[in-house]
Every structure is written in C-alpha cells, then in structure tokens.
Design a protein around this ligand. Structure first.
Ligand code: GAR
Length: 198
C-alpha cells in the first residue's frame, strides 16, 4: 500500500476526493498525513474529520528555510511517506524536500502544462489567463515535481473546452471535475507500478 501525504493550502476538495477514492481502492493507497501552510484551511479540517494527522507548517515559524524543511522531512519520515501529493498547495516546495523525495512528489495543476504554468500561475489566476488568451481548450495536468517550477515530467492530462460564456468561476468548477478524475488516477497508476518511481 502506497502511503501518501497530501500538501494542501485551501479548500481541499482534491484532498477529500483522494481520501474518498482511497477508501474504495482495495488498499492500493492511503492518505496518511496532511501538511498545510494555512492553519485555517479546510484541508486541515478535513484531516481532523477523517482522523488523519495534519500539520500546519509555515516558514515563518522557523529560523530558516532549512529548519522548516527539516521539520517537514522529520514528519514525512515518521509517517513512512512513499509519495507526496501537492493538491492545491500554494507555496513552492523547498529544494531540500524535493531532493529528499526525488520523483516522489506529484502536483495537480489546473491547466494544460507547459501552458499557463510557472510562478504566479495558481488557482483563479490560471483560469483568468486562459480566458484572456481566448484559447478554446483548457484542462488539468498531473506531473512530477522537480526544482523547475511546473516543469516536471507530465503523467496525465485531460482536456475540456472553454465555453463562450465561461467565467473564471465556471471554468474553475469544470476543471476541478477533471482534477478529481486524473489525480486519483495518477496515484493509482503509481501504486500499481504503472509509472515507476525512479
Ligand atoms: C485546484 O484547482 C488546483 O489545481 C490548484 O488549486 C486548486 C485547489 O483546489 N492548484 C494550483 O493552482 C497550484 N499551482 P482544492 O483546494 O479544492 O483541491
């Protein structure tokens, strides 16, 4: 069974969805911890409701980014984490954590990478940029996380049309439906060894 730790900052709908899928996944994977940078996030409320250990870690609580990274790495080790899933985590993951979990961190992005990715491209900003571009297609991407923001190897993508009357809200809602399909699908592929963690 793949032991998954989810990093999430806000609403946590991807987190809840992963937990729900895991319960019907014949023990292929389990969400064993939640790490947030926002103590008031719904993601931490979900972890409480689901009796999953949850932590609020912000770099401000520590003297350095190194101490911050070490605190997180320490908990990940205690949880025997096999895979980190960034599901609406709005902070850059420190290099030290990335190098300790090389090819063991995946992220869900609310657009078709390599387009509409990079610094500042998160949440509603992504959908706003897609609408402004007049592109007729968008979607979501699951990819490995490396030091190059939003540039790691792509695992899964699914497209949806951008409708003439779409707003950032309507687009976000439909993209989220895609996310809820492809994120657990990618985790299950990894758990099934269909994509090898190098
Ligand atoms: C999701 O749309 C996710 O793709 C996006 O934030 C939302 C979180 O929703 N992540 C990013 O933009 C990261 N660059 P959720 O909290 O309901 O899962």
């Amino acid at each position: 069974m793949l032991r998954v730790v989810v990093f999430a900052s806000g609403k946590g709908s991807n987190l809840q969805n992963l937990i729900d899928v895991s319960k019907n996944s014949e023990n292929l994977f389990k969400v064993v911890g939640v790490i947030s940078n926002n103590k008031n996030s719904n993601a931490l409320t979900i972890s409480e409701n689901e009796k999953i250990v949850g932590f609020n870690f912000t770099v401000m609580q520590f003297l350095s980014e190194e101490d911050f990274s070490n605190a997180i790495l320490n908990e990940l080790k205690k949880l025997n984490c096999d895979l980190i899933v960034l599901a609406g985590y709005m902070k850059k993951v420190p290099t030290k954590i990335i190098s300790n979990y090389q090819n063991r961190i995946i992220n869900i992005h609310p657009a078709l990478l390599p387009n509409f990715g990079g610094e500042g491209m998160f949440g509603e900003f992504v959908h706003k940029a897609v609408l402004e571009s007049k592109n007729k297609v968008t979607g979501a991407t699951v990819h490995f996380v490396n030091e190059d923001y939003d540039k790691g190897e792509i695992i899964l993508q699914e497209k949806i049309p951008v409708l003439d009357n779409d707003t950032t809200e309507s687009l976000a809602k439909r993209v989220l439906e895609v996310e809820h399909r492809i994120l657990p699908k990618a985790v299950i592929m990894i758990a099934n060894d269909k994509i090898r963690l190098k």
